[in-house]
Ligand binder design. Structure first.
Ligand code: SAM
Ligand code: SF4
Length: 329
């Protein structure tokens, strides 16, 4: 079992497999995209497997594949297949924008993947275009239908943005009436790949909940699963549930069980830190698994208490503004 210096169990890893994406969500990256990593800067699948296998031996039980958009990386199903066979891994899941996902749904199910987080901020095609700068709404809805047809546990991630999708909050809650999905509203964070454009969190978790309760005064709080980053609720009679993630307010750090590996192999102990170790560089310098494990353990013994401390201690003092696509969310 992996325990950090604050006594928190670490059993969840988010592995970002690429920084590239086929959307340009304005809260995540500039319209022109990013300076994409070159092939050699990216971790190879072999390196990802080696690191994952070691971390699973050390105590990681759940891996979520993210990006950038995982399905734009060539042969992603090969990586998923290998990861699904890792001894000791209890859960493999994926976060996707759903554009290229639907043809792979049946195969994902066959690999034993049970849960998919689908990012969708609006139920309106025009607003989808305004937010993502791409006209691909129909493909995302198609993926949602495929996932439901194959009985996946589906969580919809919706970033709440002033002036962009506030009118979608209630219709998205309404989706939970007939669909057994969890719709999770996420506070917008500063990770948009741009120094200046983040306005601060205008819709925080308190305001989002107020908006929902004003339409559904009968809403009930659910017991949150262990390590949940979401506050979970249900409208009585609805099949699905609603979650609110205080991603900017950082109310969940006390039970943080997660680590992150970025597409270039940087280990992040916190979403808000700027990286504590580069696993890819260590592997390429010829370190043995034992030496790698020592380095990893040392990093886990120096985790910060919370995201506020992580932000304060960043080496890069210009503030948090990297693209979420370079982290994985
Ligand atoms: N491309 C995939 C997708 O969109 O699902 C996976 C990567 S994306 C970076 C992972 C999650 O981060 C998405 O649910 C996205 O909505 C969320 N995200 C990206 N930028 C964000 C921001 N500035 N604030 C809050 N959430 C953000
Ligand atoms: Fe791409 Fe996901 Fe970022 Fe949107 S949030 S630009 S889909 S990586």
């Amino acid at each position: 079992m992996l325990i950090d210096n604050h006594g928190r169990k670490l059993n969840y890893m988010r592995l970002a497999v690429t920084d590239r994406c086929n959307l340009r969500c304005f809260y995540c990256m500039p319209e022109d995209g990013l300076n994409w990593l070159s092939r050699t800067e990216l971790m190879s699948y072999e390196e990802m497997l080696r690191a994952s296998s070691l971390l699973v031996k050390m105590g990681i039980e759940k891996i979520r594949i993210t990006g950038g958009e995982p399905f734009v990386r060539k042969d992603i199903m090969k990586l998923l297949t290998s990861l699904s066979q890792l001894n000791g891994l209890k859960e493999l899941s994926i976060t996707t924008n759903g554009i290229l996902t639907s043809p792979h749904v049946a195969e994902m199910k066959a690999l034993g993947i049970r849960s998919v987080n689908l990012s969708l901020d609006t139920l309106d095609a025009d607003r989808f275009f305004a937010i993502t700068r791409r006209d691909e709404f129909a493909d995302v809805m198609n993926t949602l239908n495929e996932l439901l047809k194959h009985d996946f546990e589906v969580k919809i991630n919706a970033v709440v943005m002033d002036g962009k999708n506030i009118q979608d909050i209630i219709p998205m809650v309404e989706l939970t009436k007939d669909l057994p999905i969890s719709v999770r509203f996420i506070e917008e964070m500063p990770f948009n790949g741009d120094n200046d454009s983040y306005q601060g969190v205008i819709w925080d978790h308190v305001r989002i909940l107020k908006e929902i309760t004003s339409h559904y005064p009968q809403i009930k709080k659910l017991v949150d699963p262990a390590y949940s980053t979401a506050y979970n609720y249900q409208i009585p009679g609805h099949k699905g549930s609603v979650g609110i993630i205080a991603a900017y307010s950082r109310t969940f750090c006390g039970t943080c069980n997660r680590i992150r590996i970025t597409p270039q192999g940087t280990l992040k102990n916190c979403l808000y830190d700027d990286g504590v170790l580069n696993i890819k560089d260590l592997m390429r310098s010829g370190l043995s698994d034992e030496e790698l494990e020592r380095n990893l353990k040392n990093a886990f013994n120096h985790r910060v208490a919370d995201g506020w401390e992580a932000e304060r201690l960043r080496v890069e003092k210009t503030g948090v503004h990297e693209s979420m696509a370079t982290i994985g969310g």
